[in-house]
Design a protein around this ligand. Structure first.
Ligand code: AHM
Ligand code: MG
Length: 338
């Protein structure tokens, strides 16, 4: 009998991070340790999401976060898991979480040089239906000499050291990118308990006829946004109109867009003039992933998303992100095309 071919040269996330560290001669290993703590939080969140229906973790926790959202039990657990992972890493000086009104300072982590922003569970409205949700993270480095202040996180995405997300779907998929680097995707092998590099150097297709937006908001859209989406539904000569795909979990919609191409948008509108999604832990990290994969991300003023500087930690923005050519089209409808 022919022996099944087993790959014995597997690149785990741990190995990948070690190899990255070796490439950077000045690296101290702190970033690597921070990422180890991150990956543990993703594994445990994935574990609890999988078991949620079985161990009474569905539904509301009876509390709400600062932004007024009702918190789900899993929102609370995931937030706590994430905070503990960052605290215990000793490498994180401060943390901004969607679930926490204020910045959390880890004063005991004396030599910590990183500031992290996260949305522990993005897309929580989908949780109880077992639909994909995700965790988004963004990592900044403290300014030279700083021991960690709010200014270390209120920075534009262009200064991010690393960013990414984990989608908890049919499998857990972790996507990470570092400054000036490529985008790499890992799949959690539940048997091994390791993230395995399955999508090296991810590149978005340059264009694709898929759009992803909550069309229920179209009543409130500005005219150029309405006209843009209307145009996608027209069939060009001999062609077909765009397909609509909207999960309502940014991480899942973004992951599909990353693989298949197309456009994802949550525009600012008349009801929410600043948009819905948060700059620090939703828009900026996604924009970094999309740009490093060859795509683009802009806000509702057609400004490069990565250059937007939040004034407050929970500030929001409109966003359009996706394939390079699809975002060009959005810009053209805003009469600012390059
Ligand atoms: P959340 O962090 O409270 O889950 O909210 C963010 C989510 C995104 O994942 C998603 O893109 C968006 O909200 C969906 O909003 P809507 O239900 O308005 O379409
Ligand atoms: Mg969110």
């Amino acid at each position: 009998p022919v022996m099944e071919k087993i790959n014995t040269n597997i690149v785990t996330l741990t190995r990948f991070l070690t190899e990255e560290q070796i490439k950077h001669k000045e690296a101290t290993g702190d970033f690597t340790l921070l990422c180890h703590a991150l990956q543990f939080s993703f594994k445990s969140i994935a574990y609890y999401i999988r078991r949620a229906t079985l161990v009474n973790l569905t539904g509301l926790a009876g509390s709400h976060n600062t932004t007024g959202d009702d918190q789900k039990k899993l929102d609370v657990i995931s937030n706590d898991l994430f905070i503990e992972a960052m605290r215990s890493s000793g490498k994180c000086a401060l943390l901004v979480s969607e679930e926490e009104e204020h910045v959390i300072y880890f004063k005991d982590s004396r030599n910590a040089r990183y500031a992290v922003a996260c949305d522990p569970i993005d897309g929580s409205s989908n949780l109880d239906a077992g639909v994909s949700v995700g965790t988004i993270f963004a990592i900044h480095k403290l300014a030279e000499g700083s021991t960690g202040t709010q200014e270390d996180i209120l920075k534009p995405g262009t200064e991010l050291v690393a960013a990414g997300f984990t989608m908890y779907g049919a499998s857990a998929q972790l996507v990470i990118t570092m400054k000036g680097g490529s985008v790499n995707g890992f799949t959690l092998d539940n048997g091994l308990g390791e993230f395995i590099l399955t999508h090296p150097d991810m590149r978005l297709p340059r264009k694709r006829s898929i759009y992803s937006v909550n069309e229920g908001n179209s009543l409130y859209w500005e005219d150029n946004v309405k006209e843009y989406f209307e145009s996608l539904k027209q069939a060009p000569e001999g062609g077909k109109p765009y397909s609509a795909r909207y999960i309502g979990s940014m991480v899942a919609d973004a992951y599909r867009t990353l693989l298949y191409g197309g456009i994802f948008a949550y525009p600012a509108d008349k009801k929410s003039p600043k948009g819905k999604l948060r700059i620090l832990y939703e828009c900026a990290p996604m924009a970094m992933v999309f740009e490093n994969a060859g795509g683009q991300a802009v806000d509702s003023n057609m400004r490069r998303m990565l250059e937007v500087v939040p004034e407050h930690i929970h500030d929001k923005s409109g966003i359009f992100m996706g394939s390079y050519d699809e975002v060009e089209k959005v810009k053209a409808f805003h009469k600012l095309s390059a």
